[in-house]
Design a protein around this ligand. Structure first.
Ligand code: GRF
Length: 202
């Protein structure tokens, strides 16, 4: 059986892209990254893709007159690659409704908190400032809301009294680098069943 083809969208460092690359190389993840797309030409994720000989594309919002047109171009590009799963790994834009509708059920996102706690762009800082004792990581299917889709896996990370944002982020990223490849593996194995808003794991 051929490996499941995936596309990864990333805006920044791409350490989670790297975790996927490493899991594939280790033989732990039966997948092939067919394409990396970034909205940010400076994203280090693009460099990681290049090093591995993975195809990458930069598509910038500023080159389009609306978010819908930008997302339409993304849909067109992704469809050319016949991928079975689209992964938002540190992709810092909210997907438009047509984009979500196109890929619903095969579009997943990684978020650095125990959703529905601390949605949004600064989840780690928000958790720290809130005085919460626990935060974590969520992998979820994407719906039309912001960080609101059906949850696949979550794992807690304890917030320590002397934590800084940097120290907490480091522990959160370490969990992300395990939980994202795990979710992708389960998806590839057909073990994630999405019904209404609930994911059951087989
Ligand atoms: C991760 O913390 C992810 O949860 C969030 O953005 C960050 C991306 O990190 N959505 P990286 O670019 O994969 O290193």
């Amino acid at each position: 059986m051929s490996n499941m083809k995936i596309a990864v969208l990333a805006s920044g460092s791409g350490s989670n892209l790297q975790a996927l690359i490493d899991s594939i190389k280790d033989g732990a993840l039966p997948a092939e990254i067919a394409l990396v797309i970034s909205n940010n030409p400076e994203a280090f994720a693009l460099e990681r893709a290049k090093r591995e000989g993975i195809e990458s594309r930069v598509v910038q919002v500023s080159d389009f007159d609306s978010r819908e047109n930008y997302d339409e171009e993304l849909i067109k590009i992704i469809k050319e690659y016949n991928v079975e799963l689209v992964i938002l790994a540190g992709y810092m834009l909210i997907c438009s409704k047509p984009f979500v509708e196109e890929f619903y059920g095969k579009l997943i996102n990684l978020h650095p908190s125990m959703l529905p706690e601390f949605p949004g762009a600064d989840a780690i800082g928000d958790a720290l400032r809130s005085g919460a004792k626990v935060t974590g990581v969520t992998v979820h299917f994407v719906d039309e809301g912001c960080d609101s889709g059906p949850i696949i896996f979550q794992e807690e990370v304890v917030i320590k009294e002397d934590d800084t944002e940097e120290k907490l982020a480091e522990r959160i990223h370490a969990v992300e680098h395990k939980i994202l490849p795990k979710a992708v593996k389960y998806y590839a194995q057909g073990r994630l069943h999405l019904e209404d808003r609930t994911v059951s794991v087989g």
